[in-house]
Design a protein around this ligand. Structure first.
Ligand code: PLP
Length: 421
């Protein structure tokens, strides 16, 4: 795509944007002067859809009106409430409904899935993760290894970029898998690395991992609602993600889970059970023997968190209307434009470490700041930019196609250029 530097070009791009009406469906926080902030942290906490309030109020009203009877008589009965989210969530991640469920929070779900899918033996016990994976994933994986009485030092393989490189090469990932083919039990990578913004080739990694006899799972915190995912077709074993980032369901929002259809009736898999994972037909017979329901729903523990799910429903309706295909197409243009403008600043103090290949990234660009000068970040913040600083030396900027405009990106690049000057 050919980009141009002037402000006029940004306005032309916005005028031609077929998704431009979606910005108005979100509350954009304001600066003290009343102008919209330049919000680039949809990769951390997505903005509030204006419809969220009505979705939550419906449930408050039904609780007020029906009390416990709301489980059956609410406008959207609470008993099967999570099912209202399944199809839309499945479309966001390229899954079948039977493979998808909304429940808990992300790290909780990673643990529940590892209970079933990390089954180390004396021969096959290693886990492969990215060096510098999000801390919660590192803690979760290390604690699972310990839980099974294995040594972290010889059970955890961390994929590192080559010397003087910042992103992982697929050939190096495949090589590590091949070299440990006899001993890997699990590969658990982020779909997109939270720090570098690198999106992994999940299809190839899944193929290579499964060929080696391992289970392959992904943490999609930074990928769900950001990338065009095809979890079913890629044959991924399991995945988990949160919905407060690109999925705009609010702070601490309820998370998502994918378990491939292949495992949907594998009731021999050990799992931590709870009544909501029990066969729906007999759940209320209140028996003492657990009979899991088919598919991802069989991993549920507790009854649905209605208010959180109401917020997520509001957001998923917007995804449904916009379409992941259209969103990712705009995202490529928007992030490409940001990359172009950053390049035009021509300042050696900033370097984009996110891959230049648009197939290897989503919205986010990670800008490495020379000498870890956090002052630059502070300066852009006082000028109305909401981005984030990740230690030791990166500013993460994520233009989100649902609510960021080309004009936002242009203004951001101008502010950054002025602060550097
Ligand atoms: C990649 C990744 N994994 C795990 C987490 C932790 O999520 P939670 O607090 O919902 O368990 C986050 C949170 O931002 C994340 O980005």
């Amino acid at each position: 795509m050919n980009f141009e530097i002037g402000e006029l070009f940004a306005h032309e791009m916005d005028a031609r944007d077929s998704l431009k009406q979606f910005r108005d469906k979100f509350y954009i926080p304001k600066q003290p002067n009343g102008e919209d902030v330049l919000y680039f942290t949809g990769n951390s906490l997505g903005l509030q859809p204006k419809t969220v309030r009505a979705y939550i109020e419906q449930e408050l009203k039904d609780w007020e009106t029906f009390g416990v009877e709301g489980h059956f008589h609410a406008k959207n009965p609470w008993m099967p409430y999570h099912e209202l989210l399944t199809e839309q969530m499945a479309r966001v991640v390229g899954a079948k409904p039977i493979e998808t469920v909304v429940m808990n929070a992300l790290t909780v779900n990673l643990h529940l899935l590892m209970v079933s899918f990390y089954r180390p033996t004396k021969e096959r016990y290693k886990i492969i993760i990215e060096a510098g994976a999000f801390p919660s994933d590192q803690y979760a994986v290390a604690s699972q290894i310990k839980f099974h009485n294995f040594e972290i030092e010889n059970s955890l393989i961390q994929l590192k970029p080559r010397k003087n490189e910042t992103i992982l090469r697929i050939e190096d990932i495949e090589k590590t898998i091949a070299e440990n083919a006899d001993s890997i039990a699990l590969i658990l990578l982020g779909g997109v690395n939270y720090y570098t913004g690198q999106a992994f080739d999940m299809k190839s990694i899944t193929e290579a991992g499964q060929k080696a006899g391992a289970i392959v799972g992904f943490d999609l915190a930074h990928a769900a609602g950001n990338l065009r995912l095809k979890l079913h077709d890629w044959n991924v074993d399991f995945a988990a993600w949160c919905s407060y980032k690109y999925l705009n369901a609010g702070p601490g929002a309820v998370a998502g889970v994918f378990v491939h259809e292949r495992h949907s009736e594998n009731f021999d898999l050990p799992r931590f059970a709870g009544w909501w994972g029990h066969d729906k037909e007999t759940r209320f017979l209140m028996g003492d023997k657990f009979t899991p329901t088919k598919g991802a729903e069989g991993w549920q523990l507790s009854n649905p968190t209605i208010f959180q799910m109401a917020a997520l429903r509001a957001s998923l309706e917007i995804f449904e209307a916009a379409g992941m295909e259209n969103l990712t197409e705009k995202s490529r243009r928007l992030t490409g434009y940001l990359e172009f403008l950053l390049g035009e600043i021509k300042d050696e103090r900033i370097t984009v470490i996110t891959p230049a290949d648009e197939n290897e990234r989503g919205c986010q660009l990670s800008i490495r700041v020379r000498d870890a000068d956090k002052n630059l970040f502070k300066q852009i913040t006082t000028r109305g930019v909401i981005a984030d600083w990740r230690e030791p030396d990166v500013i993460r900027v994520a233009p989100v196609p649902l609510y960021n405009s080309f004009a936002d990106v242009w203004k951001f690049a101008e502010i950054l250029k002025n602060c550097l000057a």
